[in-house]
Ligand binder design. Structure first.
Ligand SMILES: [Zn+2]
Ligand SMILES: [Zn+2]
Length: 88
């Protein structure tokens, strides 16, 4: 299945992934905040930090779309590496 792509300033054209804003922060500041990833049936990767992962589904959804950002797969892998997580 085709994953929509994004153009990243660092990595070029890449599949898009969805992460919480805290993971985007950790890419900027290099600080590990946890990285709980999953991959949907559509092949799209997503990940949240420790803090977001500890919330109930309801509490997480209450944070709304401002809590989620789109990053490229290259940035997603960088964030995983900051947290010493290996993607399968
Ligand atoms: Zn988070
Ligand atoms: Zn990127």
């Amino acid at each position: 299945m085709k994953v929509p792509s994004v153009t990243c300033g660092t990595h070029g054209k890449q599949p898009q992934t969805f992460v919480c804003v805290h993971i985007i922060e950790s890419i900027r500041d290099g600080e590990a905040k946890g990285f709980w990833w999953s991959r949907g049936e559509d092949g799209v990767w997503d990940a949240v930090c420790n803090q977001c992962n500890s919330l109930s589904q309801e509490a997480f959804e209450a944070l709304g779309p401002e809590n989620i950002g789109v990053i490229c797969l290259g940035c997603f892998e960088d964030a995983a590496a900051i947290n010493e997580i290996e993607l399968e």
